[in-house]
Design a protein around this ligand. Structure first.
Ligand code: GRF
Length: 204
């Protein structure tokens, strides 16, 4: 795994969301209780003004930004987000239910420093409705994956995974709920792993 952050201070995390924000909350809790040491959640950015996660972030005292697409080309929208992240010296970006594909410019600006969580054992079932795809294929085991983001759809280098059993009686909802419990633990572990693997110390 490559070094992703080069700071001699607590790593500054930026989390991108579009909705509920339960993974964002799990990351914030993990920073707070020391499961992700030497880090802070510096900003939560949403492309949706009504994302429920925004309220949860504000309640925790985290700065929030709403940066909507407003009919712009993806590159223009992403540029505004990247500039907001640069302005806050963000080291590592965590996509957490962010429902947009990042443009090349965004990925280049933060290459190797963007993580995503996906509710399947990649490379199986990339894209939307991963839990439904797993049920339709009849797999007996599925799970969740945290990976680096590159130009491929859910195809960047895998950091960590957790396995979740599929039950006979599962619906997309029951399976999603079982996976989500593991997502919350996995994301914190993966962020910690990435920060620890980074060559420089964050505590100096
Ligand atoms: C999660 O299942 C995540 O894996 C996927 O989108 C969902 C986001 O949920 N990328 P939440 O907004 O973190 O609650």
């Amino acid at each position: 795994m490559s070094s992703v952050v080069n700071t001699a201070r607590p790593a500054r995390l930026g989390i991108l969301i579009s909705g509920r924000g339960s993974n964002m909350v799990a990351l914030a809790d993990s920073v707070e209780d020391g499961r992700i040491p030497n880090a802070e959640i510096a900003v939560v950015v949403s492309d949706q003004a009504n994302a429920a996660g925004l309220v949860k972030a504000r309640k925790r005292g985290i700065e929030t930004l709403v940066i909507e697409r407003r009919g712009r080309r993806p590159e223009e929208h992403d540029r505004e987000i990247v500039e907001a992240l640069w302005a806050r010296n963000i080291d590592l970006i965590c996509l957490a239910g962010y429902m947009r594909i990042l443009s090349r410019g965004f990925i280049d600006a933060y290459r190797g420093c963007i993580l995503n969580i996906h509710p399947s054992l990649l490379p199986s079932f990339p894209g939307l409705d991963a839990q439904k795809q797993a049920l339709e294929h009849g797999v007996k085991l599925t799970g969740c994956t945290v990976h680096f983001v590159d130009e491929t759809l859910d195809g960047g280098p895998i950091i960590s995974q957790r396995v979740v059993p599929v039950h006979e009686e599962d619906t997309a909802e029951t399976l999603s709920a079982r996976i989500l419990i593991e997502e919350h633990k996995l994301y914190a572990e993966a962020v910690d792993k990435v920060l620890r693997t980074s060559k420089k110390s964050f505590s100096a």
